[in-house]
Ligand binder design. Structure first.
Ligand SMILES: [Mg+2]
Length: 300
């Protein structure tokens, strides 16, 4: 009998799994899976469950928000042989589900788990100790993600990010750093940086190119220098959201490896969760490291 480990966060997205759980488990059982069900009990629990119980199964399915997905993947990455992953989004943002075109309807997503095809995705390795699926970031807009409480996220969804983001604009912090990325070296004051493998960030599409490949072995990098005048700031916003002409404050790169050396430790966010305060950061792309189930894509 095929074995499945099903890890779910009961609190994600207004506890929306509560009314769907029976049906989801029934879909799995009808497809012939013997089930191990793990209900997460707190931070890092999904990681531990995936790392310990994931050894003996054919398939690991997680349900929750981006944070639960991140934790599960961090657990899987500890395994010698990584089982295939299924994902049932239940959080308030589900950025990565959007990129993968996995349905936000939990029942539809559960059906995708049993009938989908494995799709290899790149995984980011952060400082050789943690992993991320779709974003590692620091600075202006990112603090929002983890400073916004779960309840607030649940009630307001994307608006919570947006509102908190607006607040953080008024108290924008500048970081002195050196960036090494292939042959490019950038130095100076920056307010924001993100290393991504996604088409949607914080619920907003359009911050990164739509043609981004989830398994090309490369990240999209966006770095923004500290504006000196209000006009600079307006130009940056226009460039990011309205796609106006590039300007000297915005750097867009594509790379498989990047190193960032700040003068002072910087707080990082990985997949929307706090990733620690770091002095030196090295990020590299582990190409096609995990296979995730999704619907077969129609040929273009
Ligand atoms: Mg990529």
């Amino acid at each position: 009998m095929k074995k499945m480990l099903f890890i779910f966060n009961p609190r994600s997205g207004k506890a929306q799994i509560k009314n769907k759980l029976m049906e989801i488990l029934d879909i799995f059982a009808k497809s012939g899976y013997e089930l191990i069900v793990h209900v997460t009990q707190g931070p890092r629990d999904a990681t531990q469950a995936a790392a310990t119980l994931g050894k003996s199964v054919d398939l690991v399915v997680c349900s929750g928000g981006d944070g639960t997905l991140n934790e599960t993947i961090n657990g899987l990455m500890e395994l010698e042989k990584i089982p295939i992953l299924g994902y049932i989004p239940a959080g308030s943002t589900n950025d990565f589900a959007t990129s993968l075109k996995i349905s936000r309807n939990m029942i539809t997503a559960a059906q995708t788990v049993v009938s989908g095809v494995p799709y290899p995705i790149d995984i980011g390795c952060f400082c050789r100790e943690r992993h991320f699926v779709y974003i590692a970031a620091f600075g202006a807009f990112t603090e929002v993600a983890y400073l916004t409480s779960q309840d607030f996220k649940n009630v307001l969804g994307h608006q919570a990010y947006f509102m908190e983001g607006m607040k953080s604009l008024t108290s924008i912090k500048s970081y002195v750093l050196r960036v090494e990325c292939d042959s490019v070296v950038l130095e100076g004051d920056f307010i924001f940086g993100m290393i991504t493998n996604t088409i949607s960030v914080g619920g907003f599409k359009g911050l990164v190119a739509q043609d981004v490949a989830l398994n090309d072995g490369e990240f999209e990098v966006l770095l923004i220098r500290t504006p000196k005048t209000p006009l600079d700031f307006t130009n940056i916003i226009n460039y990011m959201f309205l796609k106006e002409e590039p300007n000297e404050y915005v750097h867009k790169l594509r790379t498989s490896c990047i190193k960032i050396f700040p003068e002072e430790p910087i707080d990082w966010v990985l997949d929307g969760e706090f990733g620690g305060s770091r002095r030196e950061v090295e990020i590299f792309n582990l190409k096609k490291q995990i296979k995730i189930l999704r619907n077969p894509q129609k040929k273009q």
